[in-house]
Design a binder for this molecule. Structure first.
Ligand SMILES: NC(=O)c1ccc[n+]([C@@H]2O[C@H](COP(=O)([O-])OP(=O)(O)OC[C@H]3O[C@@H](n4cnc5c(N)ncnc54)[C@H](OP(=O)(O)O)[C@@H]3O)[C@@H](O)[C@H]2O)c1
Length: 276
């Protein structure tokens, strides 16, 4: 990995998060390049010593930079993936690893544009990658070489943790961890609202809920106990916590989560079929 030339095509929120992780891991700046749409974005990278080109300045920037890369990370929007692959297909090295972060774009769709490339990899990061704590699913094409998969796992391990999965698992992974931050924030929002409804100020509610979540995560990380055991430690028989858990069970929280996941899977299938 340390000698690989990594090119980011589309370096916005997610592309730059992965790039920052790569830089923090000690990857030499001279082995990193990037494209953006606007000159303004490209200038920011150039100011840091990264070879960056904007489409606004050079319409063939993607092809120019991708041609020199061992790892090509596609960080453009999903609807742009096929166009960008078309732009670079005649320039990229046969063994280059082409990594997409785009939601909903299948490996077979990418392979149809670059049929000669065996190292196609689809990934799904999540937003905590922006603070180096992302969870990324990595789904390689069956033709991808072991070292191509390893380099991709290493790249995403630089912004959190990466796990190898099969492409048929990526929609479920998207719903669980890709959308995961939304599950967490939504639940915390509801939790803070009930604290406010019971007389606490918004600041106090935030302290209670956010502090409890942060503390519980640390407790879990520093413990050798499983979730259920840590929960049981707070749930004395006949006590108040027992009533909370019983209510959540009665409301079938797991069933609600399953239903939510099924809706996300349905929507992913629609997006995959090009339904908006
Ligand atoms: N953000 C997330 O939470 C998340 C999570 C999982 C997966 N993803 C995937 O990651 C990809 C990028 O999402 P994002 O949120 O990072 O988007 P974003 O912040 O809008 O970044 C898009 C980047 O692409 C650049 N760009 C636009 N057209 C281009 C072109 N023709 N050639 C080269 N670069 C071009 C933009 O340049 P400018 O900076 O000049 O506009 C920008 O740097 C998407 O496919 C998305 O599905 C995102």
């Amino acid at each position: 990995m340390e000698k690989l030339r990594v090119c980011f095509l589309g370096t916005g929120s997610m592309g730059s998060a992965v790039m920052e992780g790569l830089i923090s891991s000690g990857h030499p700046l001279e082995l990193i390049s990037a494209t953006t749409r606007s000159t303004e974005s490209a200038s920011k990278f150039r100011a840091r010593g990264i070879s960056a080109m904007a489409i606004a300045e050079a319409p063939d920037a993607n092809a120019l930079l991708a041609g020199d890369a061992d790892l090509i990370v596609l960080g453009v929007k999903p609807y742009q993936i096929v166009d960008v692959l078309n732009e670079i297909k005649d320039e990229i090295a046969p063994n280059a690893v082409v990594i997409s972060m785009a939601a909903g774009i299948k490996l077979e769709t990418m392979a149809a544009v670059v049929p000669g490339n065996k190292n196609l990899i689809r990934t799904m990061p999540n937003t905590p990658a922006l603070v180096g704590m992302g969870v990324t699913g990595v789904a390689p094409a069956s033709s991808a070489a072991e070292d191509a998969i390893d380099a991709t796992l290493e790249l995403f391990n630089a912004v959190g943790v990466a796990l190898e999965i099969t492409e048929d698992q990526i929609d479920a992974l998207s719903a669980v961890s890709g959308s995961g931050p939304a599950w967490v924030f939504y639940i915390m929002e509801q939790w803070e609202k009930i604290a406010v409804n019971h007389g606490f100020t918004a600041e106090q509610a935030a302290l209670m809920v956010r502090g409890t979540v942060a503390g519980s995560i640390d407790l879990l990380a520093q413990s050798d106990k499983e979730l259920a055991e840590l929960r049981a430690n707070v749930t004395s028989p006949g006590g108040t916590t027992e009533q909370i858990i019983a209510s959540l069970e009665k409301a079938d929280l797991q069933g609600i989560f399953e239903q939510s996941l099924q809706q996300a899977l349905k929507r992913a299938r629609e997006i995959g079929e090009g339904k908006g």
